[in-house]
Every structure is written in C-alpha cells, then in structure tokens.
Design a binder for this molecule. Sequence first.
Ligand SMILES: CNC(=O)c1cccc(C)c1Nc1nc(N2CCN(c3ccccc3Cl)CC2)nc(N2CSC[C@H]2C(=O)NC)n1
Ligand code: NI
Length: 186
Amino acid sequence: MITMKDIVREGHPALRKRGAKVEFPLSDEHKALAKEMLEYLHNSQDDEIAAKYGLRAGVGLAAPQLGKSIQMTALFVPSYYEDEEPYLDEVWINPRIIRESVKRACLREGEGCLSVDRDVPGMVVRAARITVQYYTVDGEKITRKLDGYEAIVVQHEIDHLNGVMFYDHIDKENPLNIPTGVNVLG
Ligand SMILES: CNC(=O)c1cccc(C)c1Nc1nc(N2CCN(c3ccccc3Cl)CC2)nc(N2CSC[C@H]2C(=O)NC)n1
Ligand code: NI
C-alpha cells in the first residue's frame, strides 16, 4: 500500500517535469499503480486507516508525486452527503483541459498538497469551469465538463502532470487578494 514515505516532496525533480503519455493497453505495472493510487485516497479519507498509517488526507494524487513521471492521476472527491455517490472516484489517464471558462474561482481556504509539507497561504485562482478530455484505465476516451470544487481539484492534479505546483498560481505581491469577479468556494 502507498504511504507518506512513497510521496515525493518539493525539490524532487519529478514534481517539475511533464509526465510522459501513458500507452494503451496499460501495462500490468501501470494497472497496479492506478489501483494503489486510488486506494491511497480512500485510505487517507478513512479516519481509522489514516491515523493507523499516518496518511495525510487528499482528494487527488498524481503519479509524479510518487516519482513516476507519467500522465496518470487518481481522484476521489466524496459527495457532500455521506450516503450519496462520490463526485469523482476514478483514475484518469492522459487528461487534458480542452476548454476553460473566463470566469475564475478559488478555494477560500487556499490549497494544500501532499507533496508540500508546509502551509502556503494564498488564493490559487483557477478556471471556474473546465472541459476535460481523458482516458479511463480501460482506454475509453471521455470528455466531461466540471465546475465547483471538482474543477479546482482536477486543475490541481493536471498541473502536477505538467510540473506545475499550486503556489505557482499565487500572486506573490498580494497572496490573499481575491481579484474582482472570482468565485470564492468553501
Ligand atoms: C492551505 N489550506 C488548506 O489546505 C485548506 C484548509 C481548509 C479547507 C480546505 C478545503 C483547504 N484546502 C484543501 N483541502 C483539501 N482537503 C480538505 C480535507 N479533505 C479531507 C480530510 C479528511 C477526510 C476526508 C477529506 Cl476529503 C481532503 C482534501 N484538499 C485540497 N486540495 C487542493 S486541490 C487538491 C486537494 C488535495 O487533495 N490536497 C491534498 N485543498
Ligand atoms: Ni498536490
């Protein structure tokens, strides 16, 4: 199982490289990695397991964060209500944003990252709505529109696949400034 020791931190070159496209059909190694990445997110959101193994909670984990410079990310965004289906619970291969709104959005509380062991205050201003194109582990090509919290999470994770960190988007001069017209979430 993946634990925090497997997650590379700031300074590791894989976090600043673009991942290579993943070939289909997925190799057994890539299939196993996809499964383990999603399992990490599930474990990290289970209070007991997270406490037992010292896991930091996350809703997204990208392969470069495990030192694997490939275009693969796991997403597990639970629904607001316990009994409902999660918003996202899957692994995306070779995802890319094909359209984004002019409208911007950010999380009121800022963003955290499993590869960043420090609090970096600041508004991470992103597109409010995106259209993403990705492949499932079975090779099915999907095009999908996202908004709200999921759109933020997906942009954070796709950034990882391209060597971008969330704090690259924070305004150095005025980190807590919320530009006019930006949707503040949370
Ligand atoms: C500096 N301020 C902050 O971090 C911050 C501070 C407050 C609120 C938010 C909302 C913040 N922001 C933020 N909180 C999260 N979590 C909230 C808790 N949650 C979680 C925790 C426990 C069980 C289940 C779950 Cl679901 C896990 C996810 N996640 C992200 N990000 C940025 S996009 C990728 C995503 C990620 O997975 N990061 C590791 N940002
Ligand atoms: Ni991250």
